[in-house]
Design a protein around this ligand. Structure first.
Ligand SMILES: [Zn+2]
Length: 539
């Protein structure tokens, strides 16, 4: 792990610079000098501790990558991470909020209660050999970590263990929670965690998400919230050639709904995003399809507009059923996500720690891989990031042109929350794509996660040692964030987590994928186990 040590040496050097510097936030209350020195010493210890855990971090990142499990089916992933947390003294409540792979791990006692979360599910058809700069799956057609969700919970565990060691030694009060964003790619879990009260006793939530750079922001997030809805239609089967007049095609209703939606789309706001897939389009052409289902994501920048789109969708579905002469069956909610809003005091605190850690030292090999995959997907081959981003100051809804979603939005309306974006992936990739998995079990991810864990650990220490930050975070939450906007869950009372999703895909591929699970007792790295030369690029 010589590379990571280099990264840390840099962080420690930067740390010394920051420690002797005089730059202070104007709003920060003056701390007694000995406290400042004490916190500084604790932070130095945390940096050294995270660095000493680099091999352990790499093994977690590589293991979860090798499981490549889809949302709600994160069985191996969940079991593996729970085992690590339990061995390290955490009490783990398993299968929470009606989801077998969900958990809440807790260590410590008293206030403040800090919850460290991150997503851990993969994406369909993104299976890919790490460190290889062209499409080369281990198991063709199988799921994989085509976004990088294999890295966030390992980051949080490393940060939690580093802080725990310091808290034990210093006999500090405080509770650390570690929890996974189950089925984030389906925005399937976090609204249920909130509904079931899992954040009721939490003071601050520090979320982490993979990125190609460091970043944190406050205020309204860019991108959208969404509701994910499946429409089922029921028709009448018949011989498609012998007696088509006796049949009523459920697929007709699906197609008519989609045509209607695609016309209506022109007259929706620029900030919307909507997309669908047909989950059931019938069995074979000579049987008039008696059942059909279509699955929509309706995305908008705020709650009223998401609800409005959903209502239009329901109207289209009813109208399509009437046209096709079939019945509209169940309207099933498969997931939901509120637009995000992040805490200013916590984001400012975290950003100071980001500046201090800085980006990892990328090697020639890292840059070669990055440039080759950028070239491969038609991006500018500019390599890895060399400068940390600015502190994000929020995107007001009227300037938000929409985009992706993360159901951390729901958590962000329950307690003061920020998302730490950490540099474990390559910039300029399409996202939700095999290319976004290429870096995720290589030194790029390993170093990025270690650097991210340093920031996360130092931010937890800030919250543990300075109660004023927690107070300010709640003040911001009450007086700014929720002053005019109240959280109303997009879930209906009857909705339940859609834990049946992805069972069929995992059943199809799991036995093949299992052959490639990483064994850290035999191989130093996953790249070594797979016999991949790092980096592997086209000649
Ligand atoms: Zn994600």
């Amino acid at each position: 792990m010589a590379l990571t040590r280099t990264a840390c040496t840099l962080a420690l050097t930067l740390g010394l610079v920051a420690a002797t510097g005089t730059a202070e936030r104007a709003s920060e209350p003056a701390e007694p000098p000995q406290d400042k020195a004490r916190v500084e010493k604790l932070k130095q210890d945390a940096l050294a501790e995270v660095d000493s855990l680099a091999t352990f971090t790499q093994q977690m990142v590589d293991s979860v990558f090798s499981f490549g499990e889809l949302g709600f089916q994160e069985v191996e992933t969940s079991r593996y991470l729970i085992d690590i947390l339990e061995k390290n003294g955490f009490t783990v409540e398993k299968g929470i909020a009606g989801m077998p792979t969900a958990f809440m791990a807790t260590w410590g006692s008293g206030k403040p209660v800090i919850a460290l979360g991150s997503d851990f599910d993969g994406l369909p058809q993104t299976n890919q050999k790490p460190g290889v700069a062209y499409h080369d799956p281990l198991v063709a057609g199988a799921p994989g970590h085509g976004e990088g969700h294999n890295s966030g919970v390992p980051l949080n565990i490393t940060a939690a263990l580093a802080v725990k060691k310091i808290m034990e030694r210093e006999k500090m009060s405080g509770t650390i929670k570690v929890w996974p964003g189950v089925a984030e790619e389906l925005v399937g879990a976090k609204a249920y965690f909130v509904r079931e009260g899992y954040f009721k006793d939490v003071d601050v939530a520090l979320f982490t998400h993979v990125s190609s750079n460091f970043g944190v922001s406050y205020g309204p997030g860019s991108g959208n919230g969404l509701v994910s809805v499946e429409y089922s239609f029921k028709g009448e089967s018949s011989h498609s050639a012998g007696s088509p007049w006796r049949g009523r095609s459920a697929l007709d209703a699906v197609e008519l709904m989609n045509v209607g939606w695609n016309y209506r789309r022109e007259h929706l706001r620029i900030s919307q995003r909507s997309h669908y897939v047909i989950r059931d389009g019938g069995d074979q052409p000579n049987v008039v399809p008696p059942t059909a289902t279509v699955w929509y994501y309706f995305r908008e920048v705020d709650y009223p507009h998401i609800k409005e789109m959903w209502e239009i969708g329901d109207t289209m579905a009813k109208a399509a059923a009437m046209m096709a002469g079939v019945e509209l069956g169940q309207i099933r909610v498969l997931g939901s996500a509120w637009p995000q809003h992040f805490s200013k005091p916590v984001a400012e605190t975290m950003y100071e720690n980001i500046k201090r850690v800085g980006l990892p030292n990328w090697t020639e090999a890292d840059q070669t891989l990055a440039k080759a995959i950028q070239q491969e997907v038609g991006s500018n081959p500019r390599g890895l990031e060399s400068k940390i981003g600015e502190l994000g100051t929020g995107t007001p809804p009227e300037r938000n042109t929409g985009g992706g979603s993360d159901d951390i939005g729901d958590v962000s309306w329950a307690v003061p929350t920020v998302t730490l974006r950490y540099p474990a992936n390559i910039p300029g990739l399409p996202g939700h794509h095999w290319a976004s998995g290429v870096a995720m079990a290589t030194p790029i991810a390993h170093k990025g996660v270690t650097a991210g864990a340093m920031v996360q650990a130092m931010t937890v220490l800030d919250l543990l040692t300075n109660p004023q930050i927690v107070e300010e975070a709640w003040k911001y939450y009450r007086e700014v964030q929720t002053k005019e906007q109240q959280y109303i869950s997009l879930l209906r009372p009857e909705d339940k987590p859609a834990i049946d999703l992805n069972t069929d895909i995992m059943e199809r591929y799991r036995s093949e994928m299992r052959k490639y699970y990483y064994d850290p007792t035999k191989y130093k790295t996953y790249l070594e186990q797979l016999g991949i030369t790092y980096p592997t690029v086209k000649r």
